[in-house]
Design a protein around this ligand. Sequence first.
Ligand SMILES: [Mn+2]
Length: 387
Amino acid sequence: MTATFSDIAAAIARACDIVIATHIRPDGDCLGSALALARHIERLGGKRVRIWNAEADTAKFHYLPGWEKIETPLDAGGDGRLRDYATTPTTADGADKRDIVASGVAASSESKESVPSRSRVVGGSRVVVFPDAPSGAESCDLAIALDTSTRKRLGKTWECIADVPTILNIDHHGDNSVDGTLNYIDPTAPATGQIIYEFFQETGVSIDPEMATCLFAAISTDTGSFQYRGTDKRTFLAAAALVEAGVDVAALSIAMYDSQSKRQFDLLRFALNETRFLCDDRFAYFALSLADATALGIQHDDTEGIVDRLRAVDSVVCAAFFEEQPDGCVRVSMRSKDLAVNVSQICHAFGGGGHPLAAGARARGPLAEIVEQFSQAICHAISQRNH
Ligand SMILES: [Mn+2]
């Protein structure tokens, strides 16, 4: 069902135990939006609210007030470990029995414990009991997915919230397919942070400096610092109101944009050397093999933003970054400057998606083959554009 802001407010008002779910490869938009919304819910009082992300390391978002509250879904203890969540076959009586298997060196006696089916009836209504609950009494009656266009993008978090009675899906991706109980999708918003800001504004929520900082960061990071298409008067009005509410723009901007590691700089230097141009310099791409990533000592998320550098060349209409993954997949990240070259459509053909001018996919196959397949599709789209 399509939701209005008052539906969202009512769903939050009704709920007692709320989980905010954010996507894998988290960005400033999903985490900033989640933290601002969580703070609002906390201020309402009488509710429990948690923010979940399936990836353990969100420390680079330390500039978002409250970032340390972000948890991995099966690790509410906050020790930073990400646990694998293995599903065992359904039992004869239909109950779904699951094991939690701790991964890595920290595996201990608790590493394999049976947990009951997560869905049960409490006080006449169905709630979900999470397997991480020490007493088994922990429950959740509202899950809010933010900035996430597909269930898959939530990673393991989706498995944990799938049975929650009400799933509220708030996003700005036009191709959102999460299909929650309540859906608020606004593709005209350049960031989920702007939707959350407008929700606060229209439902009379006062925005404190911490919430303002989170939302400003969300909007700034998703609009390429107020540059991308979709950034309009509405965006600047939101930004102005957030600055008025207490954002320290200069300090926040340094934390967001002028704090890359030397390792990331080395990767950029390598990327600039290795970038290839095709299609009369209108398509630029950089392909990073696992061997080169290892040699450079690349860590999770170091590659963020590389593709944007390739787009900065004046002749380039479309830029792509290919990253070989340890699991045999290639992660593809694409940017376009022209709506006639719709990278979301191209990525869809390979099982991915996103926005018309910024999209991604994961394709299985050798790096060189994937590069070739995408390059053909992109060059075809670029050449069609001129006819
Ligand atoms: Mn976003």
